[in-house]
Design a protein around this ligand. Sequence first.
Ligand code: ARG
Length: 461
Amino acid sequence: MSQSDSSLYTWAGRFSEPMSDLVKRYTASVDFDWRMWRQDIRASLAHATMLARQNIISTNDLADIERGMAQVVSEIETGNFVWSLDLEDLHLNIEKRLTALVGDAGKRLHTGRSRNDQVATDIRLYLRDSIDDIVILLGKFQDRLLDLAEKEAATALPGFTHLQVAQPITFGHHLLAYFEMVRRDAERFADCRRRTNRLPLGAAALAGTTYPIDRQFVADLLGFDGVCENSLDAVSDRDFAIEFCAACALLMMHISRLSEELVLWMNPRFGFIRLADRFCTGSSIMPQKRNPDVPELARGKTGRIYGHLTALLTLMKGQPLAYNKDNQEDKEPLFDTIDTVNDTLRIFVELIPGITTNPENMRDALRQGFATATDLADYLTRKGLPFRDAHEAVGLAVRRAEELGVDLAQLSLGELQRFSTRISDDVFAVLSIDGSLAARRHVGGTAPEQVLAAIARARRG
Ligand code: ARG
């Protein structure tokens, strides 16, 4: 990044003293907004094409602009473009270089445009591309969840409430819960894309422009679904970015819950799963350690995304219409949100197939937790006992089994009949883990056959 060349100021004519280096650094955004260069150039070319079509600039000017921009693109791609802090942001950097390359045509590019509608357009284009990347990754994440759920469709796992053993479920069913969350996340991103995909250009600084522009033509060239209807709103609104960050916050919250479970399940006291070594790290002091760093970091990075959402909401709440320089602060939170969500999804797409289960430990945990107590209560209800009375009878039976240090299924028929005379030897089918799973065979239930049916529906879309 080159510094200090006050002759470069676009607005030098109006000012009598140069900016201090500190103020320059404080007000500049090129350090972070340079990454929108492809979008900026794409939008500039569309704008120039429209200006020529409307006879606002000549076709020669357009040809010069196109030639110059091709040169700028190649300089940036090859790392030969010099980004200057003196030129404040990416827009002025690119325009200045274009003008150095092609002369007056470069100076005509900004006709009927302001950096206010220019930056709003760039962000929307950038975010639209980012949403498309994220939606593709979400699809892969969903596919991996479905694949693992299929493999584990009949693997019995303790379902918890209050983190205490509640009822048997299948691991496949548990994974499908996350599939549903991610499916809704994907819907939210698709919805957010619709509102992001509108063209601000034409709003100019805030009030529109006096040139005979054709906004719809530019919108079509850039693949926007339409134009922003109000020029003030077009340059000042950032709600699409906030909405994006909110969708990311929800997605990360879901990933964080999954991460928390992975960490718990990896603890040897649970011993339910193993994560592939490449997602774990060792300790510098304790030789025996194998730490689940990746899920822990995903949990931690969720906080950072919530922070960015709060930053953007707070950034906007006090701003009068229309554009204010405050808006420049939208980029770093937005870019970091995009990067963090992208990396997290890419890692989880790899991590999910690297999960192996230990079904024996899962079954042991189920046996120790009297997980089929509700099944026994339902059995008694089917035999005519009111559910509340059945609940109480089973409570007493659990107490007895606990005293004896056995599971409900290990109590003798005689022992069980002390709690209700309605119990007969068909009870043992009900008390088994697989019987309990198979009985929940309605849509949305945990029976292995239902898990497979849900996977088939999900794959059909
Ligand atoms: N760098 C600025 C931003 O990110 C571009 C728009 C500047 N507009 C202005 N009137 N100073 O918002």
